[in-house]
Design a protein around this ligand. Structure first.
Ligand code: AMP
Length: 290
């Protein structure tokens, strides 16, 4: 496995392979890789001739008060996981290489970024949209894979690729969970033992919402109230949002008709957890994905 640090070097590598007709896959990450990342890498490996994993803790998607300086960076372990999964290149750029002096362009996707994570983290999605656009320009993949765990981010990436005609196929893969339902996240290591014990209440709340829809309760306010009650069994957990939304626009739905996404964010102490669940009710028969 090659480790490439400069944008120019990986573009040269990629262009050479593209001329030879090799298909290139990209899994963008911030490192601290876990089985959620591994599932994206594994799926990419099966579909592409050459596979790049980018590891870049992108400063522009963190606010001043967030955890940029303490974000876990176990690079040796991350490289070992990439090697195990047959990755061809770990792309590990530095921040100055990605944002050299004079850098000034920002990509924004206003409607999708407005609510939910966009309200809680006002500059986050402009940072994400800009770095993803830049990674696509540098790595020039045919296919890029993202996790449903970050549902709003995946919707934003699909939108921006379509709107800007970036010519990259986007695949969104199911959320990988711990045995007790907690969605895997690089930030779960911050949870204390007590916090970790109650953290699965978020996924349980989403499951409760799903069960209501399956059972024919379709009024969003009623579903949201039940989800909130589930989370608030733990006095230390504070709901930021628990919402029934349209899976494409991410706008709130008053009533579920066929498809919905249940979006949730909670705070335990200083840690934020996000999760979501897709629900598809069709002809009285309901089906969900993870
Ligand atoms: P991150 O390193 O947090 O920026 O995540 C990199 C990619 O991995 C994103 O597309 C995430 O949505 C995805 N990802 C993170 N956690 C999970 C998970 N538990 N299951 C599936 N994909 C995930």
């Amino acid at each position: 496995m090659k480790i490439i640090r400069t944008p120019h070097s990986i573009t040269v590598w990629s262009e050479r392979l593209r001329r030879e007709g090799v298909t290139i896959g990209l899994v963008p990450t911030m490192g601290a890789l876990h089985d959620g990342h591994r599932s994206l890498i594994h799926a990419a490996r099966l579909q592409c001739d050459a596979l790049v994993v980018s590891i870049f803790v992108n400063p522009t998607q963190f606010s001043q008060t967030e955890d940029l300086s303490t974000y876990p960076r176990p690079i040796t372990r991350d490289r070992a996981l990439c090697r195990e999964e047959g990755v061809d290149v770990c792309f590990e750029p530095t921040a100055p290489a990605m944002y050299p002096d004079g850098f000034q362009t920002t990509v924004t996707v206003p409607a999708i970024a407005r609510r939910w994570e966009g309200t809680a983290r006002p500059h986050h999605f402009a940072g994400v949209a800009t770095v993803v656009t830049k990674l696509f320009g540098i790595v020039r993949p045919h296919l890029a894979l993202f996790g449903q765990k970050d549902y709003q981010q995946a919707a934003l990436v699909r939108r921006l690729v379509h709107d800007l005609s970036l010519g990259v196929a986007i695949q969104v893969r199911p959320t990988v969970r711990e045995r007790d339902g907690l969605a895997m996240s690089s930030r779960n290591v911050y949870l204390s033992a007590d916090e970790r014990r109650v953290a699965p209440l978020l996924s349980q709340a989403l499951q409760a919402g799903k069960q209501m829809i399956v059972g024919g309760i379709l009024d969003a306010a009623t579903i949201e109230q039940r989800m909130r009650q589930t989370v608030e069994q733990a006095p230390d957990m504070h709901v930021e949002y628990l919402a029934v939304c349209d899976p494409d626009s991410l706008e709130p739905l008053p009533v579920v008709v066929t498809r919905a996404v249940l979006l949730g964010a909670v705070r335990i102490g200083s840690i934020r957890l996000i999760d979501n669940l897709l629900v598809n009710r069709q002809a009285g028969k309901s089906r969900t994905t993870r």
